[in-house]
Write a protein that binds this ligand. Structure first.
Ligand SMILES: Cc1cc2nc3c(=O)[nH]c(=O)nc-3n(C[C@H](O)[C@H](O)[C@H](O)COP(=O)(O)OP(=O)(O)OC[C@H]3O[C@@H](n4cnc5c(N)ncnc54)[C@H](O)[C@@H]3O)c2cc1C
Length: 343
């Protein structure tokens, strides 16, 4: 098995494999439908000599140019009820399953817990990478364990909650284990004593308008889908990766000083004493909302989202992102960190 021979494909266009729709190609490409393929790939001595990109749904990747290495496109499928105990139902999904379809499947079985994460694009296997989160819930809140294929030796490991070192849009897969393996499947523990998590006013408002009595997980999911569809551009129409920057964490002193200058500053106190600021608010206040820079721009309805206005190259996106970062730092003294993976 050589990269330049089947089953690998050469010079494959990646535009339709990422939601930003950047025009770029991969030197070598392989769609992974079973673990045997990964074992074969891991035995190739050339693997260590080339850059590697593990690709899921491509909704959190920015291709900065043609990819000169190997793209492993994860298409492992399957989902199942595993077991249950007094407190939890355990369910598992393969890495290539659509995250949203998996969430809907759990809800259809009557198992709540993942409803606040409805309609997040991408695959199950990528969800732990940045510990996806939305509407007051993070994936880690229902996470049990995952299996991870180590490319250097073909070993399969079970990683627990503690092993994964989840943080805000963060995990061990962005640090010590970055680029070293492939998540094969993820197991979730869904609490039998389900409790609605309705910290966000817009979700509570929609539910008040549309439901009578205490909302069900399915009703919360529907409300969240409705809100997301009204706020975020449809990736099939306008290329984007959702939030382009993480919400910055600042010290209490920094937040207090900013509040003197900007009383409307959106800020959320954190358990560790830091404050999380709304990156979208900072970018909008700095004057970037709706800005157009050739083939890319800042979405007119949500300043945190950069959009492909047609035929964007990775260099266009990065140039705009750097200008926004520099301007926000100049105006507020706050550094914005890019959220998607730059390949
Ligand atoms: C419109 C829109 C809205 C979004 N909203 C949210 C949101 O509310 N909250 C949120 O957290 N994110 C959000 N995102 C970001 C994105 O959906 C998530 O990060 C998602 O988990 C990415 O999944 P993916 O399969 O597309 O991953 P990809 O973009 O393909 O990959 C992302 C990263 O994961 C790695 N990876 C992918 N699969 C595997 C695997 N099996 N094993 C090892 N590494 C892997 C890749 O190498 C890459 O580093 C949004 C994106 C869009 C376009």
């Amino acid at each position: 098995m050589l990269f330049s021979k089947p089953p690998f494909q050469s010079d494959v266009q990646l535009q339709s494999f990422t939601t930003f729709g950047i025009v770029a190609s991969a030197r070598f490409y392989l769609r992974i439908i079973d673990v045997t393929q990964l074992r074969q790939v891991s035995q190739l001595p050339e693997l260590t000599k080339l850059p590697l990109l593990v690709l899921g749904g491509g909704s959190n990747v920015i291709l900065t140019g043609d990819f000169s290495g190997v793209v492993l496109h994860i298409a492992l499928v399957g989902r199942e009820y595993v077991t249950e105990d007094d407190h939890f139902i355990y369910v598992r999904a393969a890495a290539g399953e659509s995250w949203h379809d998996f969430v809907q499947w759990t809800l259809q079985q009557g198992w709540g817990g993942l409803e606040n994460l409805s309609l997040i694009p991408g695959s199950v296997g990528a969800a732990p990478i940045q510990n996806i989160g939305a509407y007051g819930v993070e994936m880690k809140d229902c996470f049990h364990s995952l299996t991870w294929f180590e490319l250097a030796n073909g070993k399969i490991h079970t990683l627990t909650y503690t092993d994964c070192q989840f943080g805000y849009r963060d995990s061990v897969f962005k640090h010590a284990l970055s680029g070293q393996g492939v998540i094969l499947d993820v197991t979730f523990a869904l609490a039998k004593q389900w409790q609605a998590k309705l910290r966000y006013d817009d979700v509570a408002r929609i539910l008040e308008e549309t439901t009578v009595g205490a909302p069900t997980p399915q009703q919360i999911s529907s409300a969240i889908c409705k809100i997301r569809q009204s706020k975020l551009p449809d990736t099939r129409v306008i290329g984007n990766v959702g939030s382009f920057f993480k919400n910055p964490l600042v010290s209490a002193e920094c937040c207090a000083a900013l509040l003197v200058r900007f009383p409307q500053l959106i800020n959320y106190p954190q358990a560790n004493g830091q404050y999380k600021l709304a990156a979208g608010w900072l970018i909008e206040k700095a004057g970037w909302k709706g800005h157009v820079a050739g083939r890319v721009g800042v979405y007119s309805k949500q300043a945190l989202v950069l959009v492909n206005l047609g035929g964007a190259l990775g260099s266009d996106v990065i140039a705009l992102a750097r200008r926004i970062q520099a301007d926000v730092e100049r105006q507020f003294g706050v550094q914005l960190e890019i959220e998607p993976f730059l390949a």
